[in-house]
Design a protein around this ligand. Structure first.
Ligand SMILES: NC(=O)c1ccc[n+]([C@@H]2O[C@H](COP(=O)([O-])OP(=O)(O)OC[C@H]3O[C@@H](n4cnc5c(N)ncnc54)[C@H](OP(=O)(O)O)[C@@H]3O)[C@@H](O)[C@H]2O)c1
Length: 317
């Protein structure tokens, strides 16, 4: 029997992806003065340069970071350079209690959150379990955004306007036949860094299908994007061999992080993105993701499983 989705794969989608990978992002020149942007993982790589971009256009920032020292340095740099406000919440986004605390602090923010960017992410060559007993990559790259979006949904809807951006990846294509909902912790299969990363990014894309429905007509939009294959600090938690290959081989082929920050700024600010929701972008080009990322039934099953894992109620129904 052919694997699920086999007949839905089209060569034209893969060639579109390859074409889009080489494109430059559309640039938005609009100002964002006085608006509030929440971004996770702003202490390095794509998150750092994106925080700088929004601040340079007048936006205030509220960052969700795990490292106090780096956060304080970022706050000092942004406020000094751009004269905007840069606050931060300290949270380890692999820890469910920290994620819930971060969401609780966001709910208390008295002004509107204009753009919420789920950027923090990680890639591990070896499986790690969190203190909650869940595979770490799944928590950082997927569950953290699921929990924060869910807990924050009432606030965002009451604002009548907000854009959520999931910094996803073309890596969701590493799991072409979909998620293994019965083995999310990789206990029955051999762990693969690429597949675990791809599974978490695919889960995030599937959750977007449901969030987009639940937010429809509320003024809140949610979109996902591949930020390009860019030179960042990703993978620093892996062994010396991986880090050596990354520095001396991969990094030479990668593009600068500015293409990511310009893309995220465009998706978060431009008038062309008004009302657009539930879509996947490669930089700023709308693109069809892999078939499992469009499977609504699988997305519902994941949604139910996620509520079970996190012990949350479906507060949308
Ligand atoms: N770089 C690429 O080519 C590429 C391609 C596709 C998708 N992406 C996605 O882009 C996003 C940003 O990645 P990047 O390449 O900029 O990597 P990066 O340089 O490693 O930055 C990742 C950010 O996430 C934070 N972070 C990691 N684990 C965390 C945790 N448990 N709790 C809180 N924060 C945590 C890091 O904090 P610290 O500063 O404390 O380490 C850092 O600020 C990720 O979602 C990644 O999957 C990147």
């Amino acid at each position: 029997m052919l694997p699920k989705y086999f007949n839905e794969y089209k060569v034209s989608n893969i060639s579109a992806m390859i074409r889009n990978n080489g494109r430059n992002p559309k640039i938005c020149t609009d100002n964002f003065t006085g608006r509030l942007v929440v971004i996770s993982g702003a202490t390095s790589g794509i998150g750092y340069i994106t925080a700088m971009k929004f601040a340079s256009q007048g936006a205030d920032l509220l960052c969700i970071n795990r490292n106090e020292k780096k956060s304080a340095a970022l706050k000092e740099e942004i406020e000094r350079k751009w004269g905007v406000s840069c606050k931060y919440i300290i949270a380890d986004l692999s820890n469910l209690s920290d994620i819930r605390n971060a969401a609780a602090q966001l709910i208390k923010v008295e002004r509107s959150i204009d753009v919420l960017i789920h950027n923090a992410g990680a890639y591990l060559t070896k499986r790690e379990m969190t203190q909650d007993g869940i595979e770490k990559i799944f928590v950082v790259n997927y569950l953290s955004s699921f929990i924060i979006n869910t807990l924050l949904s009432e606030k965002l809807k009451s604002q009548g306007r907000a854009r959520i951006i999931l910094v996803s990846s073309e890596g969701h294509r590493f799991v072409p036949w979909g998620l293994e909902l019965n083995d999310l912790n990789w206990q029955k299969r051999r762990y693969s860094g690429l597949k675990s990363y791809g599974s978490a990014k695919l889960a995030q894309l599937q959750s977007m299908l449901i969030f987009a429905d639940r937010f429809s007509s509320s003024g809140v939009t949610i979109n996902a994007m591949h930020p390009g294959a860019v030179r960042s600090e990703t993978g620093q938690e892996n062994g010396a061999f991986y880090r050596w290959i990354k520095k001396h081989v991969y990094d030479r082929m990668l593009r600068p992080t500015e293409i990511s920050s310009e893309s995220i700024y465009y998706l978060g600010v431009s008038k062309e993105m008004e009302g657009v929701s539930g879509k996947f972008f490669n930089l700023t080009t709308m693109e069809e993701p892999a078939p499992p990322a469009l499977d609504k039934q699988a997305a519902f099953e994941l949604w139910e499983k996620t509520l079970e894992i996190t012990g949350m109620q479906d507060i949308f129904v």
